[in-house]
Design a protein around this ligand. Structure first.
Ligand code: FAD
Length: 429
């Protein structure tokens, strides 16, 4: 018997899912398959996926299993994809449908799938891949990207038949978090609900997006996007519809602008392949980044003695969430003031972030580390920014104390890193 197998990866949804749509369109028997191996592993001694993201994925998978039954499709959850495919191919004539992703492990996973008859799609971004110089700046990309057409989301898949195949039970851990922590409800319908709910804020988004605390100051779409509980195109079309119903504003444009950053980093990784995981990343220079154990242990234990940095580490480690402003301050401080190897910083973020995806994470961190798409050497004054963005309240919540000025010269440390790690004299770049 012929069967189509849809590999679910970071496309955990029914709507606008190219692999599912095409498998059900051209086949009458379809099985969904998800492998837990995609979140396993370790980088620089950090577990690849901590409990916050794992829980969110598991809850989304349980939702998806239920949603797929409306289309007649069973979703099997297995550990090892190769073993599962070997078993299935012994019993059936299989054809695999999958969405392509970016990233080294992601491509290695695809190599296993490609051993079988298959059809693949690239559906990670709003804009389809198009040529641009991936070493250049975001502005270079944006000028071209804004001229690209964005496809409308697909119609729902067709109802088909499925087969029974082994599936493992997923564990949902009962997480204890403070009541002011950012918490996400998992599942495709929750993702769409969040997008529809957020439409009331699109005209104020630009003003509030840099705040460190709060659920509605920014969209919080990233968590759903990272595992594909909703597609970027669906969000774009919801945004456009709301602009037609209300009006277009600089602020509503800014959501599209930020989604373009997401596309940018995805397409930079699409073209640069594994470069962003390497020490030189997109640049030619080999910097003297530090890998000293004590430096690393101090930051992991939120022991940097800069309150805004320590508070950010505590929030990330105890919830999986961090606002964009805090991510920037944290990454910039660890790399540009402490001189830590950006790949260690990236592995730390990867481990804890609930919305981790390789392109946005490594793209942003390489950008902060001056080895990515940023051509200007920037050091953030974290104390000044803390004052500017109401860090006092944030610190009070996460460290349960009043903000204190550091008793050491963090600016001098940043100057030293610039000279010794980056070998740049202070007056020039
Ligand atoms: C050090 C560092 C690490 C990061 N790691 C990740 C990551 O692993 N996964 C991830 O999704 N984002 C990452 N980002 C980007 C950004 O911080 C988050 O996407 C954003 O904070 C998520 O909150 P939001 O959905 O409310 O964003 P909004 O401000 O509401 O933005 C809307 C959407 O635009 C996209 N977006 C916004 N800013 C960026 C950006 N700088 N780069 C790429 N896409 C962006 C996201 O998809 C986001 O959901 C990182 C940023 C930094 C500085």
């Amino acid at each position: 018997m012929k069967i189509a197998i849809v590999i679910f990866r970071n496309n955990l949804r029914v709507k606008d899912n190219y692999a599912l749509y095409n498998a059900t369109k051209y086949n009458s028997v379809v099985l969904g398959l998800y492998s837990t191996q995609i979140t396993k592993g370790e980088n620089y001694n950090f577990k690849a996926c901590q409990v916050y993201r794992q829980n969110f994925i598991n809850e989304t998978l349980l939702n998806l299993q239920e949603d797929l039954t409306n289309y007649g499709v069973n979703l099997s959850i297995v550990d090892d994809i190769q073993i599962a495919l070997e078993k299935l191919s012994k019993q059936y004539e299989i054809k695999i449908y999958f969405d392509e992703e970016v990233g080294t492990y992601e491509k290695e996973f695809e190599d296993i799938l490609k051993k079988y008859k298959h059809k693949s799609f690239f559906n990670q971004t709003m804009i389809e891949p198009f040529y641009f110089d991936y070493k250049k700046s975001f502005s270079h990309f944006r000028k071209k990207a804004q001229k690209q057409k964005i496809l409308a989301p697909l119609k729902n898949p067709r109802k088909v038949k499925s087969i029974e195949f082994e599936t493992k039970q997923l564990e949902i851990v009962d997480l204890k978090m403070p009541n002011f922590a950012i918490k996400f409800k998992a599942g495709e319908s929750e993702a769409l609900k969040r997008v529809k709910y957020y439409m009331q804020y699109i005209h104020s988004y630009k003003k509030t997006r840099n705040e460190m605390l709060g659920f509605d100051n920014s969209t919080k779409f990233s968590t759903y996007l990272s595992i594909g509980a909703i597609s970027a195109r669906t969000i774009y079309h919801e945004l456009k519809q709301e602009e037609q119903r209300s009006f277009e504003s600089e602020s509503s444009y800014w959501i599209y602008f930020e989604l373009l950053w997401r596309d940018f980093f995805h397409l930079v990784m699409y073209y640069s392949k594994n470069a962003l995981f390497l020490k030189k990343a997109l640049q030619d220079k080999d910097y003297n980044f530090k890998t000293t154990k004590s430096l690393i242990n101090n930051f992991i234990n939120a022991n940097t003695h800069i309150d805004i940095i320590d508070a950010s580490i505590v929030e990330l480690k105890s919830t999986g969430w961090l606002s964009n402003r805090n991510r920037q301050l944290l990454a910039n401080y660890l790399i540009k003031t402490l001189g830590i190897d950006f790949r260690i910083v990236a592995a730390f973020f990867e481990s804890y972030l609930i919305d981790y995806n390789p392109a946005s994470n490594y793209g942003n961190i390489a950008y902060q580390a001056f080895v990515g798409n940023d051509k200007t050497y920037r050091v953030f004054d974290v104390i000044r920014q803390s004052k500017q963005y109401n860090g006092r309240v944030y610190i009070n919540k996460w460290l349960n104390k009043e903000e204190q000025e550091p008793n050491f010269d963090y600016k001098k440390m940043a100057d030293e890193v610039k000279q010794t790690v980056y070998c740049i004299e202070n007056s020039s770049q």
